[in-house]
Design a protein around this ligand. Structure first.
Ligand SMILES: Nc1ncnc2c1ncn2[C@@H]1O[C@H](COP(=O)(O)OP(=O)(O)O)[C@@H](O)[C@H]1O
Ligand SMILES: [Mg+2]
Length: 358
């Protein structure tokens, strides 16, 4: 019988967090295939009963090696036999599991999957493109510019600046800079900016507001959270993740105490971001708020623990959330290409490549 396959891990900075999300999803869904994607990008079927500690030394013992064949009707193979999968539940954070790569692979393999499609996933991972898309949709954002070679003139907004890896996440590699020469020095000096860097004005005295949305069975918004900030003024990696699992101790206000005007802005903007960014499944939208003004900062298309802790009013259990997410994928189309129809005509080439190689 076809059952969901929960895919977690993956070659990403957020590999370890993804293991925790993956195991939570596995536990809540019950009968699933556990598919572990290693840091080096290899695929394994693992016992769904494993604990996080079983992964500390890498691939758990007695895991079964799988190969992923991106051809119609193939997918995840053990030796030559495909796992009987009805839906791939993507529990990966950052990197190719969240940036559209895995989504594209699943499209080619003809497997339905949770969360947004390839294009929306890629958009959500690119701070430059995402900011530009939101601005084009008429949503309030901060001006955001690319820092490239170091030859270009300063942007037309002033400092202090916050410098972020263009494709980053988890606050990794983020720096603050007083002026443009410092920005350029940082760009040259930090390997986190090798793939590109973006800057925007650093909003002194602002706070983060985060909210989850889901798109099935109907569009819904979670409670709004105001996470605490580190002394240096940004919500840091350590704060987010050192206390992971102990969600209460992570330092947050949930639900956040908000002026009705701010709450109303977050609600209204979240519906528009969902639409403009093509979100699907459960996503988290992050805003910056200062003196009653709210700007869209970023979107996490596969948030940690699927942002389950935010669904408190009315309470939605993890089981319910994850099951709805699977049902959404199940009831949606297979192959969510942005151009071709879902009739599979575009897929013959993928099959041909596989058989030529094989
Ligand atoms: N323009 C800004 N002004 C003030 N603080 C910011 C700004 N942009 C980001 N931050 C802070 O830095 C944190 C990380 O930035 P974010 O854009 O969310 O990147 P990441 O993808 O790494 O989470 C935010 O949660 C917020 O606390
Ligand atoms: Mg963030």
């Amino acid at each position: 019988m076809a059952i969901p396959a929960v895919i977690f891990g993956g070659p990403s900075d957020e590999h370890d967090i993804s293991i925790l999300t993956g195991l939570q999803v596995i536990r809540a869904l019950g009968e699933v295939h556990g598919v572990y994607w290693s840091k080096t990008g290899d695929w394994f079927e693992v016992d769904p009963g494993l604990e996080a500690t079983d992964f500390v030394d890498g691939v758990p013992r007695r895991s079964r090696e799988l190969s992923f064949v991106a051809a119609s009707g193939q997918g995840l193979l053990h030796k030559k036999r495909p796992l009987d999968i009805d839906v791939a539940v993507i529990a990966c954070h950052g990197g190719p599991g969240e940036d559209g790569t895995l989504q594209g692979l699943l499209d080619l393999a003809g497997l339905r999957y949770t969360g947004p499609g390839q294009a929306s996933s890629a958009l959500g991972m690119d701070k430059l493109a995402f900011g530009a898309a939101m601005a084009a949709a008429g949503l309030p954002t901060l001006p955001r510019a690319i820092v490239s070679s170091g030859e270009e003139p300063a942007p037309d907004f002033g400092g202090p600046f916050i410098v972020k890896p263009r494709f980053g996440g988890s606050s990794i590699g983020i720096e603050l800079a007083e002026d443009w020469p410092t920005v350029l020095a940082l760009k040259r000096g930090s390997s986190y900016f090798d793939q590109g860097a973006v800057i925007e004005p650093f909003l002194i005295g602002s706070r983060d507001l985060q909210v989850a949305v889901r798109t099935y069975p109907k569009w819904e918004l979670s409670a709004i959270e105001a996470p605490a900030r580190a002394a240096e003024g940004i919500y840091s990696y350590d704060q987010k993740y050192l206390a992971w699992g102990g969600e209460v101790s992570a330092g947050r206000e949930l639900p956040a105490t908000l002026d009705p005007g701010v709450e109303e802005q977050v609600e209204r903007l979240s519906a528009r971001v969902t639409d403009a960014a093509g979100l699907r499944g459960i996503a988290r939208i992050d805003y910056l708020e200062r003196e009653g003004e709210v700007v869209v900062n970023e979107v996490n298309t596969i948030p940690g623990s699927m942002a389950a802790y935010l669904w408190i009013d009315p309470p939605i259990s993890r089981e319910q959330l994850f099951r709805d997410m699977v049902d959404e994928a199940r009831s949606g189309p297979v192959r969510r290409f942005s151009v071709a129809g879902s009739d599979g005509t575009a897929l013959r080439s993928a099959g041909t490549i596989a058989s030529k190689l094989g």
